[in-house]
Design a protein around this ligand. Structure first.
Ligand code: APR
Length: 242
């Protein structure tokens, strides 16, 4: 069994994807064949989808909220929170997951680059909306400031990531230089810019690992090390030994 070797100079950047939450019972996006109730996920997770049918989009996210509120973090999430506690500011977690499970496991040095399932905001003025309920029904809520629709605080297909998040990630990579260890866990590497972090890590001389139950071939080829397994099973011994 491989073991991550860290010295007191090492900086660890972790990118997680849907696979990390799979053992908690959250379905992965591509595991659903990209479909929800016969709709392409891109159709409901996009600004165009929201403009065309906000009720459908809210129903999709209400069901996802319901699902995520009923599951628990798994040993993979807990191992990452423990690694953060050991490394302090030499650790940064970047997650593509919106389910909130990393935070519930205790992760704090974390950027949810694809948004947060349990937050909402105005589509126009970005004013956060205090969610009184997990579910939305007719009439859909509107912004108290400008009257426009309230939308999920999710980075949809075709939308930009928060530039402040990206800046923080790239600063961490630059400051780490060759002392960087980059771990991608449970992600198929199909969505940019998250999928480009492995190249940014190599560019500064860092080491890269992919940990995935069924790695995507093309993505896996871009890493130095590959660990095939379920994150809840392989992360604790990888970080802390048997
Ligand atoms: N442990 C580790 N890896 C797992 C496990 C597990 N228990 N179960 C599944 N996997 C792996 C799969 O083999 C796959 O490589 O997790 C990966 C999940 O891939 P995707 O479903 O494509 O999820 P992700 O990479 O997070 O998607 C990225 O795309 O759909 C958009 O914005 C959405 O954040 C999402 C982004």
């Amino acid at each position: 069994m491989k073991r991550l070797q860290l010295d007191d100079q090492t900086r660890v950047l972790v990118l997680t994807g849907a696979g990390v939450s799979a053992e908690s019972g959250v379905p992965t996006f591509r595991g659903m064949n990209g479909l929800w109730e016969g709709h392409q996920v891109e159709e409901v997770a996009s600004p165009e989808g929201f403009a065309a049918d906000p009720e459908l989009v809210w129903r999709f996210y209400s069901l996802r909220r319901d699902g995520a509120s009923k599951v628990q973090p798994n040993p993979g999430h807990h191992a990452l929170a423990r690694l953060e506690a050991a490394l302090g500011e030499r650790f940064l977690l970047v997650t593509q997951n919106v389910d909130g499970l990393h935070a519930r496991a205790g992760s704090r040095r974390m950027l949810a680059i694809h948004g947060e399932l349990f937050q909402s905001r105005c589509e126009q003025c970005a004013q956060p909306f205090a969610d009184a309920h997990t579910y939305f029904a007719r009439p859909l809520p509107t912004c108290a400031t400008c009257g426009r629709a309230i939308r999920p605080h999710i980075v949809w297909f075709g939308e930009m990531l928060d530039p402040a998040h990206l800046e923080q990630v790239y600063r961490f990579i630059d400051e780490a230089g060759p002392k960087l260890v980059f771990l991608a866990i449970g992600t198929s590497g199909q969505v940019y810019p998250a999928s480009g972090l492995v190249d940014a890590a190599h560019a500064v001389g860092g080491k890269t690992w992919l940990i995935d139950a069924a790695p995507s071939e093309g993505y896996a080829a871009r890493f130095d090390e590959l660990v095939i397994g379920k994150s809840g099973e392989v992360l604790p011994p990888l970080f802390f030994g048997p």
